[in-house]
Design a protein around this ligand. Structure first.
Ligand code: LMR
Length: 349
């Protein structure tokens, strides 16, 4: 994994931004002697996310906490807030920019308003199998570089620390879904991404953007008919208990962009900035090692619960879903995502 050192900044500027950060935000606090500066200074990172602790993101967040606290010799404390406890989909990016929270790992689709090009990870059928994910979503691939170097994120004081996986999405509803025609007229909850709306529309279905924390209730109350998520999210939110059918379509990807408030990062002493990046790199490796297994475990829990019939598409059936959206939906978003990047991804298919 590449080591990323933040751009060399003069000690004077760092010192000033640390003072500003201390006075302007809750991200850092001083402790011990020395009037709030120097060797004894300690910092707190709030890390907010919307999923359950046992999921690939939840587990990686805990690993990041453990690594940062250990490598910084306790100079940085990381407080992790799962399950939209502190901030949810609708306010977490705003909270990051105002430094009310320092670290987040939203799914790519959650950046659509701020940095629409990140929807590259939402393109339907970007992967045929989880084994293909690292070839496309890693810091040194064209898609990875486009995310790390995204100008809109930089302009909004957001720095990318890593790319995390959940896994491949499955469709759930209360009817059997074997062909796109079976989705006709059904209404699916989507993350707030235009690419995802186009995907469902190409299958003849309707879509409604809703925050993740609202999905279970919306399914239970019949406000929507179905949704798409990897098994780990379906199981940990108990969605399967209110959905009679899952189609194992592996039609899309949920990947996370681990981000930090850039001013906060720059307010840390150089060695602690490196601790944060090293911990992010190690937590990213850890996430990739555990993600696929956690989704397999969640699938087994759903099977054992006996609430939901899981339909595995044949290659031919899956191809019918794919033909309706590739390359049509990909072509529709060339201007938003980057036409050359789309071409390079299509060439890999
Ligand atoms: C969703 O909203 O369905 C996902 O992005 C939730 C998550 O963070 O995995």
């Amino acid at each position: 994994m590449m080591r990323r050192r933040s751009r060399a900044t003069s000690v004077a500027v760092l010192g000033l931004s640390a003072v500003l950060a201390l006075s302007a935000c809750g991200g850092a606090r001083s402790s011990g002697s020395g009037g709030g500066g120097g060797e004894d200074q300690t910092f707190t990172i709030k890390f907010s996310h919307v999923v359950a602790p046992k999921t690939p993101k939840g587990q990686a967040a805990e690993k990041f906490k453990e690594l940062v606290e250990e490598k910084s010799d306790g100079k940085i404390t990381v407080d992790v807030f799962p399950n939209s406890e502190l901030y949810g989909d609708k306010d977490e990016l705003q909270a990051l920019q105002s430094n009310s929270v320092q670290v987040l790992a939203p799914a790519s689709a959650k950046f659509t308003t701020l940095a629409p090009a990140l929807q590259v990870l939402d393109l339907p059928f970007l992967f045929d199998s989880v084994d293909d994910i690292p070839k496309v979503v890693s810091p040194d691939t064209p898609a990875g570089k486009a995310i790390f170097e995204n100008q809109a994120l930089a302009d909004n004081n957001i720095k990318v620390l890593g790319l995390w996986d959940n896994g491949l999405k499955q469709l759930s509803s209360n009817t059997e879904m074997r062909t796109p025609a079976d989705l006709q007229g059904l209404s699916f909850r989507i993350q707030p991404s235009d690419v995802l709306a186009a995907q469902f529309s190409a299958w003849g279905a309707n879509s409604t953007p809703l925050a993740f924390s609202e999905v279970f209730n919306a399914l239970q109350q019949g406000v929507i008919d179905g949704q798409e998520n990897p098994y780990s999210n379906i199981e940990s939110q108990n969605m399967h208990t209110v959905q009679t059918n899952i189609t194992e379509s592996n039609h899309g990807y949920i990947g996370y962009v681990l981000v930090i408030n850039n001013d906060f990062l720059n307010s840390l002493p150089d060695d602690l900035q490196q601790v944060v990046q090293d911990s992010a790199d190690e937590a990213s490796d850890y996430n990739r090692k555990i993600a696929a297994q956690l989704n397999q475990d969640a699938k087994k829990t759903i099977e054992d619960a006996g609430t939901t019939q899981i339909l595995k598409l044949t290659d031919q059936e899956r191809q019918a879903f794919k033909d309706a959206v590739v390359p049509a939906v990909w072509d529709q978003y060339r201007d938003v995502i980057d036409s050359d990047l789309i071409d390079s991804l299509l060439a890999q298919k």
